[in-house]
Design a protein around this ligand. Structure first.
Ligand SMILES: NC(=O)c1ccc[n+]([C@@H]2O[C@H](COP(=O)([O-])OP(=O)(O)OC[C@H]3O[C@@H](n4cnc5c(N)ncnc54)[C@H](OP(=O)(O)O)[C@@H]3O)[C@@H](O)[C@H]2O)c1
Length: 328
């Protein structure tokens, strides 16, 4: 019988890359999600029956136990930006990781990988960062052999970072940014997934790894890079923090008043607070080097998926060469 990994949040951006890699390793993959009917796209990652979405409520012991039982490894990819409701920061990022780690230990799971984030700290300026730190502490207490991965902002085909600003730049002549001088160290989703796979396979020592790509740059410079890739010239505007606070408050209020029917995809007050500090690998932290992984550069990957925001999308190169023909 092949080995079994349970991936909480395995249909999310990062989770699906881990699920695909584990299927390639020949493991059975249980993708534990809230809505299995919306996660059916993971099934073709393996042969029929190899990758299965299953229902799980991460706030409930019995539900977590049901999907953990029999697993050789567990990965937790669940995260949120939500401050209200039952699935708030504390429930999802502080309590659930502890529950998953405790139950994994009780069920005799051999390896546990927990995805946290750079900036997780008890004195972080955001609730996101503080609850990530609580989650890490609970995981370490319940499952000391866990591998904890702390990525910086993650890029790749389905990312919520370059895609969001690329879409904005395709529509608007101005790119408004908050905290444009904050430094980030984008990391490719495939590299984060590879790190997780090493943790699952027992090829990484227990402990915390900070994952940043080869290039750290300010938010403003990253937008410049993105604009170069999508071949658009836009005014990158650093909006004063007070103005952004008002905007974020308004957007948060719309979400609260509509009871979450309209989600705040613009910027939340907590995201604004997160952006107040650099999000780069700390000096001396363990990272890709210790994992034996060479992370991909943005230059190698961004053109592969940001072409869709170019003025002529996939026809950009053909159009440019047609222009040359006309000249000749
Ligand atoms: N993306 C980044 O730039 C980045 C950077 C640093 C750290 N991280 C961390 O990396 C992990 C994966 O992030 P991601 O980018 O893959 O995010 P994602 O695409 O939003 O995936 C998160 C997953 O968590 C699930 N989830 C959220 N709330 C849940 C709840 N209450 N109960 C059960 N499942 C829930 C989501 O399921 P639904 O589809 O049902 O909502 C989704 O599958 C997270 O812990 C995140 O904090 C991400």
């Amino acid at each position: 019988m092949s080995k079994l990994v349970t991936i909480f949040g395995g249909a999310g951006f990062v989770g699906r890359y881990i699920a695909r890699r584990m299927a390639k390793e020949g493991w059975r993959v249980r993708v534990a999600v809230r809505r299995p009917n919306e996660a059916l796209f993971v099934k073709p990652y393996g042969v029929p029956g190899q990758v299965e979405p299953v229902f799980c409520n991460i706030r409930d012991d019995a539900s977590v136990r049901a999907v953990t039982r029999g697993a050789d490894a567990v990965v937790n990819c669940v995260g949120t930006f939500s401050r209200g409701g039952k699935n708030n920061f504390a429930a999802v990022q502080a309590e659930a990781p502890g529950r998953i780690a405790r139950i994994a230990a009780e069920e005799g799971v051999a390896s546990l990988v927990h995805i946290s984030a750079i900036g997780a700290a008890s004195d972080a300026p955001s609730i996101y960062g503080r609850t990530k730190a609580e989650g890490e502490a609970a995981v370490k207490a319940a499952f000391p052999a866990a591998v904890i991965l702390r990525p910086s902002v993650i890029f790749g085909n389905e990312d919520g970072f370059f895609n969001k600003f690329g879409a904005m730049a395709a529509l608007s002549p101005i790119l408004p940014l908050a905290k444009a001088e904050t430094r980030l160290q984008p990391v490719h989703v495939e590299d984060v997934a590879q790190a997780a796979v090493k943790g699952i396979l027992g090829q990484a020592e227990a402990g915390t790894y900070e994952l940043g790509g080869p290039d750290a740059a300010s938010f403003r410079d990253l937008m410049g890079k993105m604009l170069g890739v999508i071949r658009r010239r836009r005014l990158v505007l650093n909006v004063p923090t007070v103005l952004m606070k008002v905007l974020a408050f308004g957007a948060d209020m719309v979400e609260a008043v509509t009871l979450g029917l309209v989600t705040n995809k613009l910027i939340t007050r907590d995201q604004l607070n997160s952006l107040g500090v650099d999000n780069v690998v700390a000096p001396g932290a363990k990272g890709f080097k210790e994992l034996g992984i060479t992370p991909a550069t943005m230059d190698a990957v961004l053109p592969e998926y940001l072409w869709r925001f170019r003025p002529s999308g996939q026809f950009d190169a053909i159009k440019a060469s047609a222009k040359n023909l006309k000249k000749a």
